[in-house]
Write a protein of this length. Sequence first.
Length: 92
Amino acid sequence: MIKYKWEEPLVLHMIEEHINNSYELHYSMNSIQSTEFIFDAEHGEGFCIGNIIKYAQRYGKKYGKNQEDLLKIIHYAIILLGHEIGSKNKET
């Protein structure tokens, strides 16, 4: 059995809940997310990286050491990674 040192199982659960909640809240308004339009316009990578930087710079400032900022950083990284994986799978 793996002995985690950094609360990884809890953190992964928090990430999953954050992503699920984001779909239930503002993403569910339309069947197509605005992020999809941004990727279709070939600006998705910059959009995700920009948001990662935005929330990283905001962490510890606007709302203090807000876990929500960290979750948003991770979520945008997951969106970008998922897009890259999906794009490579389409090529093969």
